[in-house]
Design a protein around this ligand. Sequence first.
Ligand code: ZN
Length: 150
Amino acid sequence: MAKLKILKVGDSTLRKVCRPVDAITPRILRLLDDMVDTMRAADGVGLAAPQVGVLRRVVVIETPDEGLFELINPKIIAFSGEQESEEGCLSVPGRWGVTKRPMHVTVRALNRKGETVDITGSGLLAKAFCHEIDHLDGKLYIDIAKMIDN
Ligand code: ZN
């Protein structure tokens, strides 16, 4: 396990569309482990593979209430409601912005065993699903946020 370098806004890798994972190889499992280490070391709620320079559809999320999610090829399959709240990103250090996101989001993904799982999250978890899946399509929250000047 290792801590990886997190790319910062301005790096063109963050603007690329990631390719799906077609086989869960030892390399993908190692990527998940390293992403979890990196996210925890940076005190983040989520991390997407392109943030560590890997253009694959892989995301990790950890919230205090719901625990750890390791998602491969995640897709939003349902959403409802709306929340307006502060958001930040490990690739945009020291800045915050207010975004509008759905309040409830259901994601379908593969877990590390290759099983298809559907997970419904609300509030922070719903926001994290949207934020991290956006990364896989080269989108950053600063594209849609009202930034807070400090
Ligand atoms: Zn981010």
